[in-house]
Design a protein around this ligand. Sequence first.
Ligand code: H2U
Length: 351
Amino acid sequence: MSFEATEHQHVRFNPLRGDWVLVSPHRMKRPWAGQVERPAEVDIPIHDPTNPLCPRVTRPNGQVNPDYESTFVFTNDFPALLEEVPSPPVSDDPLFCAGQARGTCRVMCFHPHTNITLPLMTQKEVRAVIDRWIMELEDLGKKYIWVQIFENKGAVMGCSNPHPHCQIWASSFMPNEAQLKDTNQRQYFLDHGTPMLMDYVARELEKKERLVVTNDHWVVVVPYWAVWPYETMILPRRHVIRMTEISNAEKDSLADIIKRLTTKYDNLFKCSFPYSMGWHGAPTGLKLESDEKHWVFHGCYYPPLLRSATIKKFMVGYEMLAQAQRDLTAEQAAQKLRELPEIHYKLVNNE
Ligand code: H2U
């Protein structure tokens, strides 16, 4: 019997994180009698005077949001990171290590309308979101080593509010994911003399097995080592290390690719597709002056849904105790996404 990736279990290596995922495609055939998630809320108003992210609304802390017409950024009223706090005492006990953690957290609204999401925004509106991300990165990156932009979409991903928004957490330390990616990309560069993700995108363009959507500047793949069923990565065709480096044409086409990818996501199960996504690029702050060419700017989408709008993948049991595991292969997921239309289902059926 010869090996078939769609039939036979195997492990795949994630060179960015330096860990492995177990792929067990034969498990897709099992019946499901577990938890069924509630479908996302459908009746969201265009403006909700009780929603603290809407224009003109008074937030619980008494601040009034401006009558914003595009993006709007404010400092999170309940931040996980504050700028000025006392540091923990220095300890040389290897079992009880603590360190200084400073930072700031911001909330960024994408659009004044509550009932809109990125795939339903115009390309120009998505471009305004990209411009604002870059402004925030430039501002916070002057001071902080890591600026994490991330969007939690959908209640199933812990999103607390239906209004289109993301969060930006800037920290005085490298978070674990950032540190892992930094170490592994640096080592790859030392070993091969080329940036890992530029080699990776070139190989994916040759192989064409995991491509989801591409344009002149960007390539979306279900990474070979994907853990989440429909996980994707947005990669640049040109070597850019930070989002702040991308050209105007690249910004426009990034807006195009985000809109097309998120439209496909919504079309997959005909729902407002939940995910956590975020951007990773070279560290900032003091690292703005150092050589970071091992880095490649990229985006990561981690959606939890597996079989339908209501069945999500659980990262429990084996994943918590041993290692990540997935059922359908990255190639199967990519093919499904690739074949989906790029016109949003709500615009086709007038639903
Ligand atoms: P999430 O939907 O990803 O949780 O992001 C919403 C953020 O908005 C959340 O971090 C903040 C929450 O603290 N927020 C405010 O800062 N002020 C408010 O009045 C409501 C929500």
